[in-house]
Write a protein that binds this ligand. Structure first.
Ligand code: ADP
Length: 481
């Protein structure tokens, strides 16, 4: 089985969120399981500047583009067990930032990712790599299926390829003015209700949903949620039409990168059986956030997140007074929306001894937040899968999550009576509900036997990729039968 996986970000090369972790770990697992897989990702400026030793796989391939010819190169990482191919076009990709900079999204994102998608398909033929399945992730890659089904369908090389479109977040759809089609080599007739048109614009994600052989999303609950008006962002009707072909496969955790027993990014290592190192992590974390280390140990709450509306930071901000009144210290690592950044920094001014805030994207610090926190907060308004709660589990930062999407699928409320469960959940997206869940968690935190039990359950929970990768492999097999 040959799989071409197209993604706009892949860990450890380029990452802004969970998609990168998925596109990094899933192919490794599939390749271990014997599938022949090639990954395609844009050759961003930040990847170039990492100084990796890459080999040139394709040189100066021409593509008809915007009424002329554009050339691209393909570079491959020789150190991975399967090819990770970087699509090089400096005009589009050699910039600071993957999708935008301080001024906002790049204005030519539609063109940039259409080029990435089209060039990846071109590379398949040139290499050649006769994929059985083209697996596209999110709108940036989903547009590839418009080419596959609408402009390349007559070409025998492409005609037999099946496809999977994985939606990591319905909130991001890749909407562009209708005029884009001509420039990116797609026929104007695709600006039609039954094709890529969406409320007067062209939707790249709609192409993925419409043209894919199968559509997946990253948790079972989210696959049901997106078929409702509340979570479907206007595409729920189309998803309902395709419901037979829509499924949810939970993301996994790459425990080779996320394990406190071996994590070199932590100041000390620990396990559930030997947790002493966690106390070191906790002390060092408070120091790293510039918070005083209290003489008497108390609960530390951590949060690692993109700062966008989805993540419920407004709920946290409003709950701060109530949470700190419970005797907690809170550390927040995040980057994104300037208004949320400023609100967090202003809150830190207000509670300088109790609230630590770091603005920026910092992989090492993210690991240390999971390592040094007792509770991990995930107050999302919606959450397709969520990885931070799964990292929290493994690192003994017991998750306190809103019961939505993948958060609801992965966390089981701890029951002190039976000793089962891995975290604490709340339903309403309100500060009172968040504070209530933290209060329940702290009642357990205060009782050594019960806390040891919830830690053991959390750290022992298994979300390794193998099971999820098997589900993808089964799906590939089913659609190519
Ligand atoms: P999303 O994909 O919506 O951002 P996920 O929970 O699926 O949410 O994945 C988030 C990933 O990004 C995790 O690996 C998390 O550790 C990481 N992350 C988020 N914000 C930051 C940050 N500011 N610094 C470092 N890592 C971050």
């Amino acid at each position: 089985m040959k799989i071409a996986l197209l993604a706009p970000e892949v860990a450890p090369y380029a990452k802004t969120g969970g998609l990168a972790d998925v596109a990094g770990a899933l192919p490794r697992c599939l390749s271990r399981a014997g599938l022949d897989i090639t990954v395609f990702v844009p050759f961003y400026g930040e990847v170039k500047r990492k100084g990796l030793t890459l080999v040139k796989a394709l040189d100066g391939r021409p593509l008809l583009w915007k009424g002329g010819t554009e050339r691209f190169h393909v570079w491959a990482d020789p150190t991975t067990p399967y090819p990770v191919c970087f699509i090089e076009h400096d005009g589009y990709f050699d910039r600071d930032g993957l999708y935008g900079d301080a001024a906002g999204d790049f204005p030519d994102n539609g063109e940039r990712f259409a080029f990435f998608a089209r060039a990846s398909l071109e590379a398949l033929k040139a290499l050649p790599f006769e994929a059985d399945v083209v697996h596209v992730h999110d709108w940036q890659a989903a547009v590839a299926l418009a080419y596959l089904r609408r402009t390349l369908a007559e070409d025998e090389f492409y005609a037999r390829m099946r496809s999977v479109c994985t939606i990591h977040n319905m909130a991001y759809q890749g909407l562009f003015p209708p005029g884009i089609l001509d420039g990116i080599g797609l026929p104007g007739r695709l600006f039609h209700f039954d094709e890529m048109e969406f409320w007067g614009q062209v939707s790249f994600l709609k192409a993925g949903i419409l043209y894919a052989t199968a559509v997946t999303t990253v948790s079972p609950r989210y696959s049901r949620e997106i078929q409702t008006p509340e979570f479907g962002f206007g595409l729920d009707g189309l998803l309902r039409q395709r419901t037979e072909n829509v499924s949810g496969i939970l993301n996994g955790v790459d425990y080779s990168a996320w394990d406190p027993a071996s994590d070199v990014l932590l100041p000390a290592r620990y396990t559930a059986a030997d947790p002493a190192g966690k106390a070191v992590c906790k002390r060092e974390l408070l120091k790293e956030f510039g918070l005083p280390v209290p003489r008497q140990d108390g609960p530390v709450l951590g949060l690692v997140s993109r700062l966008v509306g989805q993540k419920g930071l407004d709920i946290l901000l409003e709950a701060l007074g109530g949470l700190l009144a419970l005797g907690t210290r809170i550390v927040v690592l995040g980057a994104g929306d300037p208004a949320l950044q400023n609100a967090l920094l202003a809150a830190r001014e207000r509670y300088p001894s109790f609230l630590g805030v770091k603005i920026g994207f910092d992989e090492g610090l993210a690991h240390r937040v999971y390592g040094g926190s007792d509770l991990l907060l995930v107050p999302s308004r919606f959450e397709p899968c969520g990885l931070t709660q799964m990292y929290g589990l493994k690192y003994g930062a017991v998750p306190v999550v809103r019961a939505t999407g993948g958060l609801d699928d992965t966390i089981e409320e701890f029951d002190p009576a039976t000793g089962t469960g891995t975290g604490f959940k709340f339903d309403e997206p309100t500060p009172a509900a968040l504070v209530g869940a933290v209060r329940r968690a702290l009642a357990v935190y205060g009782r050594k036997t019960a806390w040891t039990q919830v830690l053991r359950n959390a750290m022992g929970a298994d979300f390794s990729w193998d099971r999820s990768a098997r589900r993808y492999a089964e799906l590939y097999a089913k659609i190519t039968e």
